[in-house]
Design a protein around this ligand. Structure first.
Ligand code: FE2
Length: 427
């Protein structure tokens, strides 16, 4: 007897009329049409809707989320005012408030089918209050969200007195990944030095690396080159991520033609944050204003794993957001002009399979042996899911239903005659 059987599902790779069988929290069968003799405690007819692996956010700031307006809003909209505002807020933070806000965000995430989040956590203050608070959140949400934490020295690991010690202490407390922010150190040389030190630390401790890297419109901000070099030198291939990489948007094409193969050779992944990049970058421009997002299709074509992150929701840097990774991918495909069918599917993968790869998640996917964690969307395929930012009808984690929503419909009265529309292309 199976625990759960889903029938008539469409899958992200285009297969239709699929049955997915679940036992003990794992997928045990994926077959076209009915599964012979299958009996299950619960059967869900997907009625042709898309069954997708859960959404994953490879870049977020859980310690700052839902703090919008505290103590004031970001008037200029720049990255630097956001960092300054966060600096004003930090001395007033209380662990219980941060935990409460983070748990609220995790509820939003589950409702949107977002079941894995990599969050950077500020380690600049020696009290490590945000780190302790987020470790508590990680423990409390463990049964429904994979929360991965990155030790993030927001004010610069070398620029902050005792910054490296605080970061090491965060790792000792159980933070999973080594972070960094080389473009915010005092000089280019100090930025490069921070990359070297932090990669060496990760190599010594067997940790992954995920650095905020070159989040700038300055085409000469080239710390990604150093990150790729140190990855290569220390044998960290496949274990390092460069987040943002927005300076690549403004770099000289000739230099980029050398850089992308170096990133690919080092096995460094890239995370773009479309909602935030399009909002924060280009703020010093008049017209034309640069978009600021890194070169997503070119990196993908060069063999680099590229994922999209949400980065911020209602915090000193961004006033909007709802934990919806389809909104992130939708913005990403517009900013990157990835409007071909292949391009749109790649954007969907950037918030599912590619994001899971960046995070080194095990068991993510819809193959036999994967975790029975998936989302039923009110859409027929991944492109329709993007177009509609589709309703999440059901969300399961390890075969257990976590969230459900009614189908979105609108009752119309055209010329006094009632009719119904489902906002989709095919009945
Ligand atoms: Fe970030």
């Amino acid at each position: 007897m199976l625990d759960l059987l889903i029938t008539h599902a469409s899958l992200p790779d285009g297969r239709k009329n699929m049955s997915v069988a679940v036992q003990n929290g794992k997928i045990v069968d994926v077959t076209e049409g009915p599964i012979d003799g299958a009996q299950a405690r619960e059967t869900v007819d997907a009625r042709g809707y898309l069954l997708s692996p859960p959404f994953c956010d490879p870049h977020f700031h859980m310690d700052a989320t839902l703090s919008y307006g505290l103590p004031r809003v970001n008037e200029s909209g720049t990255l630097l005012e956001g960092i300054a505002l966060w600096g004003e807020l930090k001395p007033t933070l209380r662990a219980e408030d941060m935990i409460e806000r983070a748990l609220t965000y995790c509820d939003w995430a589950v409702a949107k089918g977002l079941l894995a989040i990599r969050s950077h956590v500020d380690t600049s203050d020696p009290s490590l209050l945000p780190v302790r608070a987020m470790l508590e959140v990680k423990k409390r949400v463990a049964s429904y969200i994979d929360l991965q934490l990155v030790a993030f020295p927001q004010d610069g690991v070398l620029r902050t007195r005792g910054g490296l010690d605080s970061l090491k202490q965060a790792l000792d407390l159980g933070v999973d990944v080594v972070g960094g922010i080389p473009h915010f150190e005092r000089t280019m040389a100090q930025g490069a030095e921070s990359v070297r030190l932090l990669c060496e630390l990760a190599a010594q401790q067997g940790k992954l690396v995920d650095m905020h890297c070159d989040e700038s419109d300055d085409p000469l901000s080239r710390h990604i080159e150093t990150l790729a070099y140190e990855t290569q030198r220390l044998g960290l291939q496949g274990r390092v991520t460069g987040s943002h990489l927005t300076s690549m948007h403004s770099m000289d094409n000739y230099y980029v033609s050398k850089l992308i193969p170096l990133i690919a050779e080092a096995g460094v992944s890239a995370v773009a944050n479309p909602l935030i990049n399009i909002t924060l970058q280009g703020r010093h421009d008049t017209y034309p204003k640069r978009r600021g997002m890194t070169r997503v299709p070119e990196l993908m074509a060069g063999g680099v794993t590229v994922a999209f992150g949400h980065d911020c929701v209602m915090d000193p840097w961004y006033s909007l957001g709802s934990g919806d990774m389809l909104e992130v991918a939708h913005m990403g495909l517009h900013v990157a002009q990835m409007t071909s069918q292949q391009g749109m599917r790649a954007c969907y993968n950037a918030v599912t399979t590619h994001a899971a790869k960046v995070m080194h998640l095990q068991g993510h996917g819809l193959e036999v042996g994967c975790d029975a964690s998936f989302v039923l969307l009110q859409a027929r395929d991944t492109i329709e899911a993007l177009r509609l930012r589709a309703n999440r009808l059901k969300v399961w984690k390890h075969g257990t239903l976590l969230a459900s929503a009614a189908e979105a419909t609108a009752q119309l009265l055209i010329d006094g005659r009632p009719s119904t529309t489902h906002y989709r292309t095919q009945p």
